[in-house]
Design a protein around this ligand. Structure first.
Ligand SMILES: Nc1ncnc2c1ncn2[C@@H]1O[C@H](COP(=O)(O)OP(=O)(O)O)[C@@H](O)[C@H]1O
Ligand SMILES: [Mg+2]
Length: 337
């Protein structure tokens, strides 16, 4: 659907409908037999009746943007009603244009929330860097222990900012690149081995065992290898970070004729069911305080989901608190970008 559509309607001087373009049936939910009826007699949105009434009474154009109250689907509508007259004088009346702005306004509000979130995420480490620098300047630099602590805080927060900016860049890329994934054919088993060996040292230093369960004869797939690698690294990183001491992370893969199924399972803290619906939202973290320590930005899973969906795949999550979490990806063997 396009971001907005204009529905045009002509009324004569008395407010009788002379022309309805079919979009009006959708946008204003006008009845099929609206032509020839008086608009003000129709059982439609009160704000529209009010504007048309005002135009007819005051002989003055009207415009307004409003959220519908009566329509079956709640919509943000912009309406303008203006007088018109054909140059040969054969007809005169009112032209009413209704623009459905629902999707546009929704997008704008998502964008605003996103900017608010980004600003907040950037400000937190910046404040902390500034505070550490000030403390050092005010004398902490003379104390070995404080000096160490403040300097390492500065470093940690600078790392966090770098990660955040990097993830934002990837996010922007994924968004324009939804149509332009760098697709190539490669063996799934080769990618999985690569990911497993890259993540094994990271698991080991965290006292986690990383296990592989790959079905034999995994197919050659057509996908964006770098992005898919990033997806698996992200999921395994979370599974390690959210595990219990001496826990296990399992990376499993199988396939059928059309798709591959990848699973990352852990034996960790789990995700409370109340948080599951928001887990793929940008910047969402179950425990913000804890993630300040682990350094997470809350962008990882939203990227993962974007990437999988850009391939025409699907991702879902099941979790039990204090038992563990499984992320399941279903990916077409040939990306349907
Ligand atoms: N395997 C998991 N087990 C428990 N919680 C998880 C798991 N994976 C992700 N989460 C929760 O989801 C949040 C968002 O994950 P993610 O988007 O990767 O962000 P980040 O890793 O930067 O915090 C994490 O902060 C964590 O609270
Ligand atoms: Mg993560």
């Amino acid at each position: 659907m396009s971001l907005f559509q204009d529905a045009v309607l002509l009324l004569n001087q008395a407010g009788i409908i002379q022309f309805v373009d079919p979009l009006n049936f959708e946008v204003l939910e006008l009845p099929e037999d609206a032509l020839g009826q008086s608009l003000t007699d129709l059982d439609t949105e009160p704000m529209i009746l009010q504007l048309v009434g005002a135009a007819l009474e005051q002989h003055a154009p009207q415009t307004a943007e409003f959220v519908s109250e009566k329509l079956e689907r709640q919509k943000t509508l912009a309406l303008s009603i203006e007088p018109y007259e054909l140059s040969d004088g054969s007809a005169a009346g009112w032209i009413m244009i209704t623009r459905d702005l629902t999707s546009l306004r929704r997008l704008e509000s998502i964008e605003r929330d996103f900017i608010t979130n980004v600003s907040h995420e950037l400000r937190t480490p910046l404040t902390s860097i500034k505070m550490a620098a000030e403390s050092l300047q005010m004398g902490a630099i003379a104390n070995e222990k404080f000096k160490e602590r403040f300097l390492s805080n500065i470093q940690r927060d600078a790392d966090r900012l770098t990660r955040l900016v990097n993830e934002l860049l990837v996010l922007a890329n994924v968004q324009d690149a939804k149509t332009a994934l760098h697709l190539a054919s490669f063996g799934l088993d080769e990618l999985l081995d690569d990911v497993a060996s890259a993540m094994t040292p990271h698991a080991r230093v965290n006292d986690i065992a990383l296990e592989s369960q790959f079905a034999p004869n995994l197919p050659i797939i057509n996908a964006d290898r770098d992005r898919l690698r990033q997806v698996l690294v992200n999921l395994i990183d979370n599974a390690i970070k959210c595990n219990r001491p001496n826990g296990i992370v399992t990376l499993a893969a199988e396939s059928d004729a059309t798709q591959v199924t990848l699973k990352v399972t852990d034996t960790g803290i789990g995700i409370p069911s109340i948080d599951l619906p928001r887990i793929f939202d940008r910047f969402f973290r179950v425990d913000k305080a804890r993630s300040r320590v682990t350094g997470g930005t809350g962008l990882g899973l939203s990227l993962v989901k974007d990437i999988i969906e850009a391939h025409g795949g699907d991702i879902r999550v099941e979790s039990t608190v204090n038992v563990g979490t499984t992320f399941t990806i279903e990916l077409p063997i040939r990306a349907k970008a």
